[in-house]
Ligand binder design. Structure first.
Ligand SMILES: C[S@@+](CC[C@H](N)C(=O)[O-])C[C@H]1O[C@@H](n2cnc3c(N)ncnc32)[C@H](O)[C@@H]1O
Length: 220
C-alpha cells in the first residue's frame, strides 16, 4: 500500500494520524529517538548546523537543539509542523521548523553540516531528487544519515522491534501488522540504496544493517 501511495505522489501525514503518531512517539519511542540524537552528537562538531528532514513530531530535532546545535526541521505535513512547534515550545527548545518537500528544499546550497532523516525515505515520491537535494544542501565535508526500515527483515527482527516499543495490545498488533506488510512493502533493500546512491551526486557512502533498519551514511 505504501509503495502504491508513494508512486502516485508525496504523502504528507495529516489530521488524527499525526496526533496518534506524536503520542505514540512521546510515550513509546523516546528512548529510541534520544538515542538517535546521541548518535548524531558523536558524528558532528560542537555548534554544528543540522537539518532533520521529515521529522514527523520533531523529537530528534528538539533533542539536538537541547544539546546546543543549530537545528532546522523540515516536513511536508503542515499538521506535523504545528505539532513540532508545540513540542519545541513545551521543551523550551529553539528549532526552526518549516514546511517543505525533501525533493525541492527551501534552503541555500552548502548550508548544513549534518542531515538526518529517519523512517521517511521510503515515503518519498522522488527518491532520486531527494538524494540530489540532500547533497546540494550539505556543506562540502558534511555528512548525512538516512535511517529506514530494511525490506530484508525477518519475523524475529520485526518482533524484537515491536517488543522494544513496549506498546499496549492494539498498538502492538497495529505495529506488527505495519512492519510485516504496510511498511515493509514500501521499504528498500541495501542493494536498492546502493543503486540509488550510485546514480546520485554522492560519491562516498556506507550502509549498515542493524535489526530491522538500514543506516545509510552519506559523505559530501
Ligand atoms: C513515518 S513519518 C517519520 C517521522 C520521524 N522522522 C520518525 O522517525 O518518527 C514520515 C514523515 O515523512 C514526511 N514526509 C513524507 N514525504 C515527505 C517529503 N517529500 N518531504 C518532506 N517530508 C515528507 C511525513 O509528513 C512524515 O512526517
Amino acid at each position: 500500500m505504501e509503495k502504491f501511495l508513494r508512486e502516485k505522489k508525496d504523502v504528507a501525514l495529516t489530521g488524527n494520524f499525526t496526533k496518534w503518531y506524536d503520542k505514540t512517539s512521546r510515550e513509546n519511542r523516546m528512548e529510541e529517538l534520544v538515542g538517535y540524537a546521541k548518535k548524531i552528537a558523536v558524528l558532528v562538531q560542537p555548534g554544528a548546523v543540522i537539518l532533520e528532514a521529515a521529522p514527523g513530531p520533531g523529537y530528534v530535532a528538539i533533542e539536538l537543539a537541547k544539546m546546543g546545535y543549530s537545528v532546522t526541521g523540515m516536513d511536508l505535513s503542515a499538521d506535523f509542523i504545528e505539532i513540532c512547534k508545540a513540542n519545541a515550545a513545551r521543551e523550551r527548545a529553539t528549532v526552526d521548523f518549516v514546511q517543505g518537500n525533501v525533493s525541492s528544499m527551501p534552503f541555500d546550497e552548502n548550508k548544513f553540516d549534518f542531515l538526518f532523516c529517519s523512517a521517511a525515505f521510503k515515503n518519498f515520491h522522488d527518491p532520486a531528487s531527494a538524494l540530489r537535494e540532500m547533497y546540494r544542501v550539505l556543506k562540502p565535508g558534511g555528512k548525512g544519515l538516512i535511517l529506514d526500515m530494511n525490506k530484508d527483515t525477518t519475523a524475529a527482527t520485526r518482533k524484537a522491534a515491536v517488543d522494544k516499543m513496549n506498546l499496549g495490545f492494539f498498538n502492538r498488533l497495529f505495529m506488527a501488522f505495519s512492519f510485516a506488510f504496510i511498511l515493509r512493502d514500501g521499504a528498500y533493500r541495501k542493494s536498492d540504496f546502493e543503486a540509488m546512491l550510485a546514480a546520485s551526486p554522492f560519491e562516498k557512502w556506507n550502509i549498515e544493517e542493524s535489526g530491522i533498519s538500514l543506516y545509510v551514511y552519506l559523505y559530501k
